[in-house]
Write a protein that binds this ligand. Structure first.
Ligand SMILES: Cc1cc2nc3c(=O)[nH]c(=O)nc-3n(C[C@H](O)[C@H](O)[C@H](O)COP(=O)(O)OP(=O)(O)OC[C@H]3O[C@@H](n4cnc5c(N)ncnc54)[C@H](O)[C@@H]3O)c2cc1C
Length: 435
């Protein structure tokens, strides 16, 4: 296990901008002076972890600079849930999560309408080679010929380039906001606490003593521009007032999404993950009704599904640079990336119209699998989900809570393949079924 020793970084701009000197220490809204675990980040992963820790009766505090999640990936995703992956650990974490989502399906809008995945001649043999693995891990999956694809979805009427397809009926779509709220409500009911407007800027973590977190807490809700500045590590901006806060815990868990690299840097630890923009277009297509289908993934990489009166369609350009970019390219993205690919597959899309869209961040690792485990003494992590954070959140949280509480993964949820050591030991968990 890597050791960080004692590191003590700080952001001068925050130290010099404490609006209430003497206000360091416990916030009035906190029940304790010390927690078993402090989770950094209250997205879908941090909230799931809070629930799993609280279920194990560990006192848990979750801090976030913006609980409403204006920049968080959990507020900007497509809501796809699938265990159709090629790596056993990814299949297992998603299968476990699907089992839980099914048990709360109505509350979180989980619809098991399946994933229909179309493959070209190059990828079809690889897909076929993984079907047995998927089935052996109890993930039901059918293989379809080109003709069967058309029979199942008659709107897919241009079949050129399709070598075969898989259909996985237990995959589906979820409402990610409802899921996050479920985790938060249940964790709160079990005693977990959430602290809003708290930006972490320094950590001391060592084997022998509790971890100490130095934070800045906004006195009032942060403006969008102040939030952007905070996340870019430029401090809160002159208009914002706040106070310094020191927090103490037996362990910390980094669930800071695409910003995990910044948090890990406070401990001189490499993150191995980087932020990459992903965009989704909202399309008006009243002439067809795709509500009976789940997610469809085309050979071209475009993926789409029905959402109310609209279609949500996404595409990940392979040359997208890394960085904290949130701009949605609008009509241009739709016209260049989405429409040509969808129209090439379905003539019914001739008259589809662009309505709106958004951009958010994937936290991407070199092998496209998440990083879960112990990063250093008293420091745990769950990030780098590479577009899989919603669908793996329950399983990943359950596994990590076991590691934190018992020092080992639960027997039925072993995430050790996803530890950061794999990058040094060349045990990469290469996930190719990545969109
Ligand atoms: C366009 C798009 C489509 C996607 N589609 C899917 C999909 O279909 N299915 C799926 O499973 N996943 C999908 N994803 C990925 C998924 O959204 C993410 O994997 C998931 O939301 C990550 O959750 P998280 O909790 O790790 O991070 P986030 O939701 O980003 O939460 C991290 C939190 O940490 C906080 N934070 C960071 N640094 C600090 C700090 N220093 N101090 C205090 N707080 C801090 C942030 O404010 C934020 O709220 C998609 C993502 C995008 C962008």
């Amino acid at each position: 296990m890597p050791s960080t020793g004692t590191t003590w970084h700080n952001m001068k701009s925050l130290r010099t901008r404490d609006s209430k000197s003497g206000s360091q220490g416990r916030s009035l809204s906190m029940a304790r002076e010390r927690y078993d675990v402090i989770v950094i980040g209250a997205g879908v992963v941090g909230s799931a972890l809070a629930m799993a820790l609280a279920e194990r009766k560990l006192s848990t505090l979750v801090i976030d600079v913006d609980l409403s999640g204006r920049l968080s990936s959990s507020e900007r995703n497509a809501g796809g849930v699938r265990a159709t992956w090629w790596q056993p650990v990814n299949i297992a974490l998603c299968r476990a999560s699907i089992g839980y989502y099914r048990s709360i399906a109505r509350e979180v809008g989980f619809r098991q309408k399946g994933y229909l995945w179309l493959y070209d001649a190059e990828t079809w043999p690889k897909a076929l080679a993984h079907v047995e693995l998927q089935r052996s891990l109890k993930h039901p999956i059918e293989t379809l010929s080109t003709r069967e694809v058309h029979a199942r979805v008659p709107e897919i009427d241009r079949l050129e380039g399709i070598a075969g397809a898989t259909f996985s009926p237990e995959d589906g779509l979820i409402n990610p906001n409802l899921l996050k709220n479920h985790y938060r409500e249940r964790s709160r009911a079990l005693g977990a606490e959430y602290l809003d407007g708290v930006y972490l800027y320094a950590i001391r973590a060592e084997e022998e003593a509790d971890a100490r977190l130095e934070c800045w807490r906004a006195d009032r809700p942060l403006s969008e521009s102040a939030l952007m500045r905070m996340m870019a590590q430029d401090g809160p901006g002159d208009a914002e007032t706040g106070h310094l806060l020191t927090l103490r815990a037996g362990a910390i868990a980094i669930a800071s999404g695409a910003w995990s690299a910044n948090v890990l840097r406070l401990l001189d630890l490499p993150s191995f993950s980087e932020p990459v923009r992903r965009q989704i277009s909202v399309v008006d297509n009243r002439e067809t009704n795709f509500s009976a289908y789940g997610m469809i993934v085309d050979t071209s990489g475009v993926y789409f599904h029905n959402e109310g009166p609209h279609i949500l369609a996404g595409y990940s350009p392979p040359d997208e640079p890394s960085g904290y970019y949130f701009q949605y390219d609008g009509e241009q993205f739709f016209q260049n990336e989405i429409w040509p690919r969808m129209y090439a597959r379905m003539s019914c899309y001739e008259r589809m119209r662009h309505v709106t869209g958004w951009a958010g961040l994937y936290s991407v690792t070199p092998d496209r699998s998440a990083i879960i485990g112990c990063a250093a003494p008293r420091v745990y992590e769950a990030h780098g989900f590479s577009g899989r954070g919603v669908m793996q959140s329950w399983g990943a949280a359950k596994a990590l809570a076991g590691l934190i509480a018992d020092g080992r993964y639960p027997e039925d949820l072993d995430a050790s393949a996803l530890s950061r050591e794999r990058f040094a030991d060349d045990r990469l968990v290469r996930e190719e079924l990545h969109i």
